[in-house]
Design a protein around this ligand. Structure first.
Ligand SMILES: NC(=O)c1ccc[n+]([C@@H]2O[C@H](COP(=O)([O-])OP(=O)(O)OC[C@H]3O[C@@H](n4cnc5c(N)ncnc54)[C@H](OP(=O)(O)O)[C@@H]3O)[C@@H](O)[C@H]2O)c1
Length: 311
């Protein structure tokens, strides 16, 4: 049975949802796996095998067959460093297909949930960016995220766009996993110290989205819009890497590396586009839904404990 999680009343459409059928795109990904753990009734997951984003028509065909009341897009273009040489694929993954899904949601009175990135900003200054601050994406990837957001906003669908950053989980590929793998070998690690952001636990994001879905039950109108949702606090990858090694060592991970060399972004990626300031203000989501994600160090400890248990 794939319904009965959420009761939503939306007066604009005079429609009462007594049964929510949830479809999640991005079957084996980090965030999709966290939704699988925290959403109360089993959603239907669509992987790239049957819903490849390079073929939007196939994705829409699946939506037509399943007729979900909530669509959660957790698919991601993961090979970030190839974005400039794979522009067409990147466009389909991040913008074209999500835009078509949003259109489908508008036509079918369904709620569309999408995840975006601080790459829509230019990373200047040192302030925490608010949702409506001026956007100025510097990279092709950032421009594509921006186009997706704009298309979803224009689609007319009820929607939530959650901008998040530096996601990790107890499964999948991410920064923590890479540090733990490389830290097994003797030698020195290098990590960037001139990009600031917030490590964010996929479990915390999934739990918060579920909470929001529960909170909007009975609201006269769904408060569609862009919301920031990142782990509390800020750091850079050098400090993050040191914290991973410190917590990992205390938990008994087999780590040889004790030293992390701080490097500048441009030392590692001379032709890459840097996002120096990826800080996102989480005030809007706190005010609207009373949601504040745990601080990044304690959230990471939970994930590391789980990774150790599953090791
Ligand atoms: N990771 C971050 O730091 C970050 C930051 C900001 C925003 N986001 C957004 O957060 C969401 C979740 O990210 P994540 O880190 O959980 O992603 P992830 O772990 O990299 O998983 C992405 C999933 O996308 C699916 N996928 C890959 N290529 C596909 C294709 N051609 N067609 C359809 N599906 C395809 C794969 O699903 P299957 O192989 O299982 O089918 C994969 O498991 C994404 O929307 C992402 O844009 C992530």
């Amino acid at each position: 049975m794939k319904h009965l999680v959420i009761l939503m009343i939306d007066n604009r459409f005079s429609r009462t949802y007594t049964k929510a059928m949830i479809v999640i795109l991005g079957k084996k990904g980090k965030l999709a796996t966290s939704f699988c753990r925290h959403i109360k009734v089993k959603p239907t997951f669509l992987g790239k095998d049957i819903a490849p984003f390079e073929s939007p028509a196939k994705v829409i065909e699946q939506l037509n067959a399943l007729k979900p009341t909530v669509v959660i897009n957790c698919a991601q273009y993961s090979e970030v460093e190839k974005a400039d040489s794979e522009k067409e694929k990147c466009q389909y993954m991040i913008h074209t297909t999500p835009a078509q899904m949003a259109k489908w949601c508008a036509q079918n009175d369904s709620l569309f949930i999408h995840f975006s990135s601080p790459l829509v900003f230019d990373g200047s200054g040192s302030d925490f960016r608010s949702e409506n601050d001026k956007q100025n994406p510097l990279s092709f990837l950032g421009q594509t995220y921006q186009q997706a957001e704009q298309a979803i906003l224009k689609s007319g669908a009820k929607h939530f766009i959650f901008r998040t950053h530096w996601l990790y989980a107890s499964v999948g590929c991410h920064f923590i996993k890479k540090v733990l793998d490389q830290g097994k070998l003797e030698g020195q690690l290098k990590a960037i110290n001139d990009e600031i952001g917030s490590p964010t636990s996929c479990d915390d994001v999934a739990k918060s989205v579920v909470k929001i879905l529960e909170k909007i039950q009975g609201l006269p109108e769904i408060p569609s819009g862009v919301y920031h949702m990142t782990g509390f606090g800020e750091t850079n990858q050098h400090e993050w890497c040191e914290e991973i090694l410190s917590q990992g060592t205390s938990l008994g991970f087999p780590l040889q590396v004790r030293q992390v060399k701080a490097v500048k972004f441009k030392d590692l990626y001379p032709s890459g586009t840097q996002l120096s300031n990826g800080r996102l203000s989480n005030q809007k989501i706190l005010k609207a839904f009373g949601i504040q994600l745990p601080d990044w160090k304690s959230a990471m400890l939970k994930t590391l404990q789980e990774m150790k248990k599953n090791h």
